[in-house]
Design a protein around this ligand. Structure first.
Ligand code: FAD
Length: 430
């Protein structure tokens, strides 16, 4: 098996595709009897070895779909293996939508919430904050139910749990009535955006920007609710999102990979292609875009108050080291929450994501930037590359010990701890 970027590879002794809750319980019993560990996989889009195992791997690809919709409350109960793109279509059919999303829509809903997947928008938390009740099978094969009002501490642990509390089976999602979004993409300078980003956050439902390293330019994305109908002609959008941002960018990555000395020229060329354009569509068709170019990624959450300083240090490092980097650096802004392992726990946050083409080495670049993030109390995205140890993480997550205690109660036999997760949550680790 491989993860999306191809960087991780592993061979489980057995892969299960259960389609009922009883089948999931039986797998847990079997693992306990045979002394096997269990890891769970969604769409395999994480860059960290969260699903790697030599033992049992469970995929909920056959445990998917909407179970029920409460139209009065705008809530949906969904099976945990449902992919976001399927979920969006099913919700839309019933006049509902997710209030916010990340860049892509191919993750499973359980996988997305388990790592704290997020989008952008200072009024919105990560996707886990949209979940209001969770049902899971714990390490003893018991069915556990928790919610905002019942078994609350377990719920706060289950909202972001890296698949270490149990196998999530059903999630209740607080949706909102379906809506359309208007996207406006523009070119600006990094200098101007760093002066104005707070205002841009205040004035737009969702604001993010990408800096093209070794150039003064950024691409800004502003997204707001509109009553306008979806665009009828999507040719320009197709050209921009599919052809330029994907096939064109892949070509550019290949050129820079084959001729490394051309990286700067190529990066400048990419920045020159930033094209002002707009798009109106149903919300889920605006949030996510295709990602054809494979890369490895590190993303850190920093307190929003530290964002400017972190960003300046990062830009200085790239400029000072004359570092050749092709991929634009993504900047997003998210509201704080109260989920124990959420990177945005108790702080409004900025996320900075750095990417490297998957055929290229990323170590020097990621190591250097990670030391900047760490110096500013950065918390890594759980699904993206980082080198933080249990001790680092413990000092950054005030509820880390609380999470570990709840985890141990739900999984006393450490069924869900692979060697990687043992190094983070194991009882031997303090
Ligand atoms: C191209 C690309 C774009 C991305 N864009 C964004 C973005 O915009 N914002 C962002 O925050 N992240 C983003 N990510 C990261 C991605 O959203 C997360 O890594 C997410 O966890 C992947 O979901 P998945 O379904 O692939 O889960 P996997 O990577 O397969 O698994 C993630 C975790 O969820 C656990 N899990 C899965 N299913 C269950 C279950 N039923 N019960 C218990 N645990 C379970 C797994 O064990 C694992 O710990 C992106 C990744 C890629 C490759």
């Amino acid at each position: 098996m491989k993860n999306w970027s191809g960087f991780l590879q592993w061979s489980p002794v057995e892969i299960f595709y259960p389609s009922t809750e009883n089948e999931i319980i039986d797998i847990v019993k079997k693992a306990n009897e045979q002394g096997k560990k269990i890891r769970i996989i969604g769409s395999g889009h994480s860059f960290t070895p969260l699903s790697s195992t030599d033992d049992f791997l469970i995929s909920l690809d056959k445990f998917a779909g909407v179970i029920s919709i409460n139209k009065d409350k705008n809530q949906a109960i969904v099976k945990a293996g449902t992919k976001l793109n399927v979920l969006n279509d099913l919700l839309f059919r019933d006049g509902l939508a997710l209030e916010n999303m990340g860049d892509i829509d191919v993750q499973s809903i359980a996988g997305a919430i388990s790592t704290g997947t997020h989008g952008t928008g200072t009024a919105f938390g990560n996707i886990s904050t949209q979940v209001i009740a969770i049902k899971f099978i714990n390490g003893l094969g018991e069915v556990v139910e928790c919610s905002l009002s019942n078994n609350v501490e377990t719920f706060k642990a289950a909202q972001v749990s890296l698949g270490t509390l149990g196998i999530l089976t059903e999630l209740t999602i607080q949706c909102i009535p379906a809506y359309n979004l208007f996207l406006s993409v523009d070119k600006a300078t990094l200098e101007d955006v760093l002066l104005e980003y707070q205002k841009l956050n205040e004035n737009n439902r969702h604001f993010e920007f990408y800096w093209f390293p070794n150039t003064p330019y950024v691409m800004t994305k502003k997204v707001n609710v509109t009553t306008a109908s979806p665009d009828t002609s999507s040719f320009k959008t197709y050209m921009q999102e599919h052809v330029l941002e994907n096939y064109g960018f892949k070509l550019v990555c290949e050129i820079a990979h084959k001729f490394p000395s051309s990286t700067r020229k190529v990066s400048n060329f990419s920045a020159s292609l930033i094209d002002k354009h707009v798009k109106t569509n149903h919300s889920h068709k605006v949030f996510s875009t295709p990602r054809i170019v494979r890369f490895n990624e590190m993303e850190y959450n920093v307190p929003v108050e530290s964002y400017l300083e972190v960003k300046k240090e990062l830009v200085n490092w790239i400029n000072r080291h004359n570092y050749d980097v092709m991929f634009p650096i993504e900047n997003r802004f998210v509201k704080g929450d109260d989920i124990y392992l959420s990177p945005a726990y108790k702080r409004d946050s900025a996320y900075i994501a750095v990417h490297v083409y998957n055929k290229k080495s990323f170590k020097k670049y990621f190591d250097a930037l990670e030391s900047i993030f760490k110096a500013h109390n950065g918390r890594p995205h759980w699904g993206k590359m980082h080198t933080q140890t249990a001790a680092d993480l413990q000092s950054r997550y005030p509820m880390f010990e609380k999470f570990k205690a709840i985890r141990s109660t739900q999984d006393p036999n450490e069924l869900f701890l692979s060697p990687y997760l043992e190094s983070i949550f194991g009882n031997a680790v303090s």
